[in-house]
Design a protein around this ligand. Structure first.
Ligand SMILES: [Zn+2]
Length: 352
């Protein structure tokens, strides 16, 4: 597993004069660690380097632009070294998706937030394995194209709806990895409590099918991104978001696809798989929380975790619906009324 750098680590490194780039290379930064780096004026994790093939990071613009900013400022941003670096990251991630057969034809799309309500995204009708940085488009959060030679992806609305609903989403990725998409076609959420990587980095949910590119599709996905970072889109594919960078959003695909394959193998071995104990899962959820990754199970009691006694694909940890959860020590109105009725009866008897 990757090294996790906390705010304390960063503060100590600054005190000792350690190079922050060297400290954070290839590591995962907690959200508070990123804040400390930002305050220190160092590089922020939202432009962390993906491994291989990309050079020169540029620096993040000092002031956030919006779709209302002057056209000249938006052009400067779109043609800056910073945006060039992000476009190269998108090209790099697209190539990795294609090489792993997570996309087919012109399928798949990627977006990175670059301002208050603007994002750089992939073009339509270009294979994700053969994109160039100059193919990218700049769009506002309604999906209107502001800049770029090629027309933006037809599925951009879903990415933008995720970014609007989840302010922490700096990057989004969508593709059709065959095994995960198989689960999405069957309408089965992968079971939990089997592999640490999946428990720590992924929070998966299924969104119902709607026609790709429609606002309805985007809304159903966006409704889930509060507590989940990887959404199986029924009869379609997968979309993920990251609070770090686009490579991290792509990693969610690798983790999910590998996990779905592993579960399929485990299901064929003729023996019920061994699963984690609730205590073991609790430890992983603590790491997850520390990394700033959402999960609806965070905060559940141990006895509510890993309820996988009758394991089969599709079984997940039991998360009680919100209205079933009771606050300890709180008395319901019904119970209060019952106590009052009994007390009244006793008082009547004593008085009678
Ligand atoms: Zn798609």
């Amino acid at each position: 597993m990757k090294k996790v750098i906390s705010a304390k680590d960063v503060e100590e490194a600054i005190r000792k004069g350690v190079d922050l780039d060297a400290l954070t290379a290839g590591a995962i930064l907690t959200p508070s660690a990123k804040d400390v780096i930002r305050e220190h004026g160092g590089k922020t994790a939202s432009v962390a380097k993906p491994s291989g093939g990309v050079s020169g990071t540029g620096s993040e613009p000092s002031q956030q632009l919006s779709s209302k900013s002057p056209k000249g400022d938006l052009e400067d941003l779109f043609n800056s070294a910073y945006c060039q670096y992000l476009k190269e990251q998108i090209v790099d991630v697209g190539r990795r998706m294609w090489e792993r057969e997570y996309v087919d034809g012109n399928g798949g799309n990627i977006a990175i937030r670059v301002g208050e309500d603007i994002a750089v995204c992939t073009p339509t009708l270009v294979s994700k394995g053969f994109m160039k940085p100059e193919d990218m488009a700049l769009v506002d959060f309604e999906g209107n194209q502001i800049l770029g030679q090629k027309k933006r992806t037809s599925e951009i609305l879903m990415h933008l709806q995720i970014m609007k609903k989840q302010p922490r989403a700096v990057a989004t990725a969508h593709c059709h990895p065959p095994t995960s998409t198989g689960y999405a076609v069957a309408g089965i959420e992968p079971p939990t409590c089997m592999i640490p990587e999946f428990e720590v980095f992924s929070s998966v949910a299924i969104a119902p099918y709607r026609t790709p590119g429609t606002p309805e599709m985007g809304k159903l996905v966006a409704d889930l991104v509060d507590k989940h970072n990887t959404i199986l889109m029924a009869n379609h594919g997968v979309v993920s978001w990251s609070h770090n960078n686009v490579e991290d959003a792509y990693f969610k695909m690798e983790i999910l696809e590998a996990y779905c394959k592993t579960v399929l193998i485990a299901a064929q071995l003729g023996k019920e798989p061994n699963t984690m104990t609730p205590g073991q899962l609790k430890d992983l959820l603590a790491i997850k929380q520390n990394l700033g990754i959402p999960d609806p199970r965070i905060g559940l009691k141990e006895c509510e975790l890993c309820d996988n006694a009758e394991w089969r694909p599709g079984v997940t940890c039991a998360v009680p619906p919100k209205d079933e959860a009771t606050v300890s020590g709180e008395v319901s109105p019904e119970a209060e009324a019952a106590v009052k009725a009994i007390t009244d009866q006793i008082l009547q008897k004593l008085q009678g």
